[in-house]
Design a protein around this ligand. Structure first.
Ligand code: UTP
Length: 290
């Protein structure tokens, strides 16, 4: 996998039940952290990693994501006429000109592995990235996917982002057993989806960033439903381990699980505290004066 990473898949066809009733009509990925939807943070990270083709795996309720990345002629025209250059730049800046979006549908939410498999006709046989937009990863330096893409290219291997989680939470994640994992990266020996704490091989959890070879599609095609009756990406990766090196990669950065309410609140506070005017608002609210 020494090729550069050109394509990134965003599986966004989940039901987002933790944000019902809002997610009845607002795709979870369109929930904002301040003035940007989650999907924008994910796209920015993919573009920074070198991607020029973004593949969104959506469902029939998620038109807003395509609309968001489309050109808004009328709005742009109005902003232009009103001389609102900053706002115009913000609207036009959602996607650089050299980047193209491809939308594929997952007719039924059969699992993350199945969602990734839906991108096969667009990806073909080259290495690609996967970003789950509800895992928002912030870093002062290089983005998480760029760190992983550079590592995977140098090692000619696949890379999966991992992070330590409390043992009591292992049943929410794919958990890896990896060699020399006190380092930045270690070869994965074994991976299991959503193990009970007493059965988990470690407390290193897979989080929403992957650099994978095209070979994963053939393996996902043979993957049967696993945990929760869904076709799990983790099970496809377990099959990949038998064929090639797959590294667990401890990225540099802070992850916010924005698929959950506490995570979305934390991310919002984190970004607000970086803006002096909003930081003051946060302090006032916390002090009970807001
Ligand atoms: P989640 O486990 O967070 O599920 O999916 P969800 O449906 O989005 O949200 P909850 O748990 O009901 O609140 C992890 C990622 O996999 C995608 C989701 O969109 C999310 O990015 N996914 C999951 C699919 O695209 N298709 C699926 O069939 C399942």
């Amino acid at each position: 996998m020494s090729q550069a990473l050109r394509k990134v898949v965003f599986p966004v066809a989940g039901l987002g039940t933790r944000f019902l009733p809002a997610s009845k009509v607002v795709a979870k990925e369109m929930l904002p952290v301040l003035d940007k939807p989650l999907i924008q943070y994910a796209v920015d990270e993919a573009v920074e990693a070198g991607a020029d083709t973004l593949v969104f795996v959506t469902n029939r309720y998620k038109h807003a994501i395509a609309d968001y990345f489309d050109t808004a002629f009328e709005l742009e025209h109005k902003l232009e006429r009103a001389g609102k250059r900053d706002l115009l730049a913000a609207v036009r800046g959602v996607l650089p000109a050299h980047v193209r979006c491809v939308f594929v549908t997952q007719a039924e939410a059969l699992g993350l592995g199945h969602a990734v498999l839906c991108a096969k006709p667009v990806i073909g046989d080259e290495p690609f990235g996967v970003i789950l937009p509800d895992d928002l990863i912030w870093n002062r330096g290089k983005g998480a996917l760029r760190q992983m893409a550079e590592f995977a290219a140098a090692e000619n291997a696949a890379a999966i982002a991992v992070e330590e989680v409390p043992r009591s939470d292992t049943h929410k994640y794919g958990i890896v057993d990896a060699a020399a994992i006190d380092q930045r990266a270690g070869v994965i020996r074994h991976v299991v989806e959503k193990p009970k704490p007493e059965e988990a091989p470690s407390n290193l959890a897979i989080v929403g960033r992957y650099v994978l070879p095209g070979r994963i599609f053939g393996l996902l095609e043979q993957t049967r439903p696993g945990a929760g009756g869904e076709i799990q990406l983790t099970d496809g990766i377990a099959a990949l381990l038998a064929e090639q090196k797959v590294y667990a990669y401890r990225f540099e950065g802070t992850r916010f699980d924005c698929g959950s309410k506490p995570g979305l609140v934390k991310a919002t506070l984190h970004f607000a505290l970086q803006d002096p005017a909003l930081a003051q608002v946060v302090r006032e609210v916390v002090a009970g004066e807001g």
